[in-house]
Structures are given as structure tokens and as C-alpha cells.
Design a binder for this molecule. Structure first.
Ligand code: GDP
Ligand code: ZN
Length: 314
């Protein structure tokens, strides 16, 4: 029977079937997918074929083709990677201008990763109720920047939404983001992801920082990604504890392909292998100098370039 992987604990998988049932399924040790070096053969969002043995145990026997997948940067492992989710329609990053501040480098790395894996992306600016005049200006500037690159942006207060849950369905921009698709929700810790998830689902499906710190400090909330069903056609993937996204096996000449603004201008560089770090006739460099490409975007590009060069010599 064909099902959708909605939960992964590392040793078993929760698979959802069309009739609404969920079964705990296992994967044989030798189950490998050719062409992908990853620590997990099956990921959240995968469509799989499940067979039930005589003893009642369920086994994943087949993996259906993936539309796309998104990878997490594996820590300390140079080759293996971890597939965070598959078949993602939209990756939404929760961003805060302050409390805590999300860096533009973090935003741009997220967006570049989404480009590389061909996953549409959007930005949700949260905690707008906390912003002062100056921070509101910064919000406007950043929204303008990313909208100009064709990334949809939204500005919300998850706290306000939590206190008026009805507005979520009718008037909130969130409906546009989440309705009728599989959305991967991500963000640095403290940006309000749990608060937003709980507001969306109208119940405590994720533990907020406010609650978990009141319990005991060392306790971890959820360690594994999980996919939550909002309505018949809408799923939200919660990705806990993701420090950063990874661009794997990317040549340095390729990085600019994942920055829409830089890529667009780079066609006018004198040399086709230009990596835009001061080569003669570099159109990107000139565009940054003229303010046509945001300095923050160029700096993010350089930081990824730096990583790539470093890892080459490790
Ligand atoms: P997570 O780590 O991303 O899951 O963040 P939490 O949902 O645990 O939120 C961290 C803290 O920020 C909690 O104290 C929340 O109450 C608070 N918070 C979340 N969203 C908002 C918001 O929109 N406005 C304000 N003022 N506080 C918020
Ligand atoms: Zn160039």
C-alpha cells in the first residue's frame, strides 16, 4: 500500500495512508537509494510502498520518485548528509528583526539552499509587535529587498495570532502560505516557530521556549522532524534544531547560480568562470558598488564561497 512518511524517529517511520490510518514502519538495513549519499534512506515527505508481514510488522519496500528534497548540513561528516524532507512545495523561514536578530547571512544561506534544491521559498517575519520605529524601517527594507528577488514575504505576530486563532483561517496571510501544499517550516531557535505552530493548529503540538525552559533546562523538545496535517491538502513540516542548511558538492563557480540577483548580473562578467571577487570586468562587483545588488547579499555570497574554498583544503 502506498503511503506518506510523516514521522521519523531514526529507527522507524510513521506512514500515513489515504484512509487516514498511520502505521509504524521499518526499513531493511540494505535499503539504499542509488545516487544519494545520505544517513537516512527515507525522509519525511517521501511516498513509499509498505508491505505487512505475516507477523504484523510493516516494511517499507519501495521509495517513489522524489519531486525534490532538502538536505541538512551534516556535522563533522564530510560525505554523508541527512535528508531533511522530500517533496516540499514551499520552504518558509521564520525571521526576526530582533529578539533574537536573524542575520541576513542566515537568510541568504537558507534561500541559496532552496534554490539549489529547487524548492520555492518564502520569509515570515515574526514578532512585529515588538519592533520600534527603527526596526520597523529595517523590516520594510528587508521585505523590499526579498520581494524584489521574487521571494514572498509576510509580517506577523505569532503571539497575536495565538490569541485570536479564528483570524488564521479567514484573514491571515498565513492561509496563503500554508493552504493546499506541503510547507517546511524553519527558523533559528527563539524566533517563535513553536508559538506559530501551536497557533495554527489551535493546540500544543510544539513546546514553546517559554514552557520548556520552565520545566528543565537540558530537556530537548522534539528531536525529529514531523509532518503535521492542517487540512486535507495541507501539511506543515516542523524541523527542530536545524542550525544551518548545507550546499553540498557545489563548485565555487556554481554558488552564484543560487543568488538570483548575482546570477542575473553575472552574465555580463568578462570571464565566464568569474567568481566575482575582484576579477577585471566583473559586472557583479560593479553592481554592488553602484548599489544595484545589496551589499548584504554579496557578503552572504562571499561567506558561502569562503566555506567552499575552506572545505576543499580540509
Ligand atoms: P521557537 O524556539 O522558534 O520555537 O520559539 P518559541 O515559539 O518557543 O518562542 C520563543 C519566545 O518568543 C517565547 O517566549 C514566545 O512567547 C515568544 N514569541 C513568539 N512569537 C512571538 C511574537 O510574535 N511576539 C512576541 N512578542 N513574542 C513572541
Ligand atoms: Zn563577476
Amino acid at each position: 500500500m502506498k503511503g506518506l512518511v510523516i514521522k521519523s524517529t531514526g529507527t522507524s517511520y510513521g506512514v500515513y495512508f489515504e484512509d487516514g490510518t498511520i502505521a509504524d514502519c521499518h526499513v531493511k538495513g540494505n535499503f539504499r537509494i542509488r545516487g544519494i549519499r545520505s544517513t537516512n534512506p527515507v525522509a519525511i515527505g517521501d511516498y513509499v510502498e509498505v508491505t505487512t508481514n505475516e507477523d504484523g510488522t510493516n516494511w517499507i519496500t519501495e521509495l517513489y520518485d522524489r519531486k525534490n528534497y532538502i538536505i541538512r548540513r551534516a556535522t563533522n561528516l564530510s560525505y554523508a548528509s541527512h535528508i531533511l524532507a522530500a517533496n516540499v512545495d514551499m520552504a518558509a523561514l521564520i525571521v526576526t528583526i530582533n529578539h533574537p536578530k536573524t542575520s541576513t547571512t542566515f537568510i541568504d544561506r537558507f534561500l541559496a539552499t532552496c534554490e539549489a534544491y529547487r524548492v520555492p521559498a518564502c520569509l515570515i517575519f515574526n514578532k512585529i509587535d515588538l519592533l520600534n520605529e527603527e526596526e520597523l524601517q529595517e523590516l520594510a527594507t528587508l521585505r523590499q529587498l526579498y520581494e524584489s528577488l521574487d521571494y514572498p514575504t509576510y509580517a506577523i505576530s505569532a503571539l497575536d495570532l495565538a490569541s485570536s486563532p479564528d483570524s488564521l483561517i479567514t484573514s491571515s496571510p498565513l492561509y496563503d502560505i500554508f493552504h493546499n501544499r506541503v510547507t517546511l517550516l524553519s527558523g533559528n531557535s527563539g524566533v517563535g516557530k513553536s508559538t506559530l505552530l501551536n497557533a495554527i493548529f489551535g493546540k500544543d503540538i510544539a513546546r514553546t521556549g517559554a514552557i520548556s525552559s520552565a520545566h528543565h533546562k537540558g530537556m530537548h523538545t522534539t528531536t525529529f522532524s514531523e509532518m503535521h496535517q492542517w487540512d486535507d491538502s495541507s501539511w506543515i513540516i516542523d524541523t527542530p534544531g536545524i542550525k544551518g542548511f548545507g550546499l553540498l558538492d557545489v563548485e565555487k563557480e556554481e554558488i552564484s547560480h543560487y543568488f538570483r540577483d548575482i546570477f542575473h548580473v553575472s552574465r555580463d562578467c568578462r570571464y565566464s568562470n568569474c567568481i566575482h571577487t575582484g576579477e577585471p570586468g566583473c559586472a557583479v562587483y560593479q553592481a554592488v558598488a553602484k548599489g544595484e545588488i545589496a551589499l548584504s547579499r554579496y557578503e552572504s555570497y562571499l561567506s558561502i564561497l569562503d566555506d567552499t574554498q575552506e572545505s576543499k583544503y580540509r
